[in-house]
Design a protein around this ligand. Structure first.
Ligand code: HEC
Ligand code: HEC
Length: 412
């Protein structure tokens, strides 16, 4: 029985994979084709949701949560409201704005650690592995400690369709990890402790698939990017681990993101609501070139990791229940060889990275975990490790065929 259901799932996944292009083409109104640097299209009358819109089919209460959540996501924190003592940004939108509120950006944050005999030490006691670049007082400023011998940048990722990604059942991601793959590709699910639910879950958010839920990521971001403590992350970061400096500059003792006794919720919940209800990136109608590029994408085995479609499971929210998610990722960790950032995090080793979802790429200007790639083609050429074989196939394509692949990637 188990074997049969596995086979069926594989069949379903590969079928939808092959037809994702057509599905995209039929579900959405024709829109003009864009170059990645052009502004996003304005919503067409009768068209589907655009970048930054809410999921389709939400009721009035959910739309109200979406707007209230967006207000929180855009709110600028101040020291009096809990910002700092050390931080990387003053609002979520500061780093998540490309295309619309909730997008990526070209902003990176710094991670550091110490690698000795192949073992990674995040230098927790020195404020690692995440550097906070700013402080409410110059005395509290963090620096990359001299002990660090690994320093890596991490690019802000987009949140469009994040609720759909959250709603993909753990079991489906685990099953995908068992699917036989070509080219020695072997993805691994990131099993993480989810702070919000207190459960062991399959991680799916972040470059290392280090978080499983949006509420946990929101709490993590409020603390680690803005220095705002919450019920989920109550412990303030000490500047480079220095408790005396923390005591001196932590203006608000205790939890800063106060829970409203009437609702039991706080800013982290509102930010999570906003991200959960954000519509996925709107696919464009595919040109002949893009459709040809989609076939090449399959032939080069890009889809062995960049799975075109996964599905959400049962969900209390109808808009998130049993939906296709055309994210172009298996959400698994892969050994990417020299492309890895050498930072071990959660269950991911230094070389392991989460397959980056490829939907909505056209809203962005920089690519890969550290933003080193200024074009999509450069990002493909940097694939290594398990991705080396498909990179070699991409490099071997004629220039016109490479353009078809890029046209495809700009349409999803
Ligand atoms: C200083 C810039 C910065 C700020 C401010 C910031 N983020 Fe991020 N965000 C990032 C970076 C960088 C990543 C990738 C992190 C990683 O994987 O290490 C990220 C990733 C995420 C992700 C994971 C998305 C995915 O699919 O990978 C979520 C969710 C998120 N941020 C939510 C938030 C929220 C909510 C806030 C406000 C509380 C926020 N961020 C503030 C830079 C920022
Ligand atoms: C072995 C799995 C694997 C295969 C095969 C693979 N990729 Fe990737 N891809 C990844 C991972 C993992 C990342 C994130 C890497 C990083 O930034 O460290 C990524 C990132 C990308 C990015 C950048 C996305 C972003 O958010 O910046 C693009 C574009 C991309 N892949 C396209 C392709 C194309 C086209 C192919 C086929 C020629 C391909 N990939 C094959 C795993 C794979």
């Amino acid at each position: 029985m188990k074997i049969i259901s596995v086979t069926l799932l594989i069949a379903a996944v590969s079928l939808t994979g092959l037809s994702a292009a057509q599905i995209n083409g039929k579900l959405f109104q024709p829109r003009p084709k864009l170059k990645p640097t052009q502004p996003m299209p304005r919503p067409l009358p009768g068209g589907g949701p655009q970048f930054g819109d809410a999921l389709p089919g939400l009721g009035a209460t959910q739309l109200a949560s979406f707007s209230a959540g967006r207000t929180e996501f855009e709110a600028i924190e101040t020291p009096a409201g809990g910002l700092g003592p050390i931080f990387n940004g003053k609002s979520c939108v500061e780093c998540h704005s490309a295309g619309a509120t909730g997008g990526a950006s070209t902003i990176t944050v710094t991670r550091f650690g110490r690698l000795v005999d192949g073992k990674f030490d995040p230098l927790d006691h020195l404020g690692g592995s995440l550097l906070q670049r700013f402080a409410i007082d110059p005395q509290a400023l963090e620096r990359v400690p001299v002990q660090a011998n690994v320093v890596a940048q991490r690019l802000a990722t987009p949140l469009f369709g994040a609720g759909l990604i959250e709603a993909i059942p753990d079991a489906d991601i685990l099953l995908a990890a068992q699917r036989p793959q070509p080219d020695g590709i072997h993805g691994r699910a990131a099993q993480v402790d989810d702070v919000a639910s207190g459960k062991s879950r399959v991680g799916r958010f972040g470059w290392k698939a280090q978080q499983a839920t949006l509420l946990s990521f929101a709490g993590d971001a409020y603390l680690n990017e803005m220095g705002v403590t919450s019920r989920l992350f109550p412990t303030e970061n000490a500047p480079n681990g220095n408790q005396a400096l923390l005591a001196k500059f932590d203006l608000i003792p205790g939890i800063e993101d106060a829970v409203d006794p009437a609702t039991g919720t706080s800013d982290i919940d509102h930010a999570a609501d906003f991200m959960r209800l954000l519509a996925p990136p709107p696919p464009l109608r595919q040109s002949v070139s893009a459709a040809a590029g989609g076939r090449l994408f399959q032939q080069m085995q890009c889809a062995a990791c960049h799975t075109p479609t996964l599905f959400t499971g049962a969900n209390p929210l109808t808009a998130l229940a049993h939906q296709p998610v055309n994210l172009f990722s298996d959400l698994l960790l892969h050994n990417m060889g020299a492309l890895g950032d050498r930072i071990a995090q959660g269950t991911a080793s230094g070389a392991e990275m989460r397959t980056a979802p490829l939907w909505g790429l056209r809203a962005r200007k920089t690519f890969l975990h550290d933003g080193r790639a200024k074009t999509v083609a450069e990002a493909v050429r940097a694939h290594d490790g398990e991705g080396a074989a498909s990179r070699t196939r991409f490099n071997a394509l004629r220039a016109a065929e490479q353009q078809q692949v890029l046209d495809f990637l700009a349409s999803i």
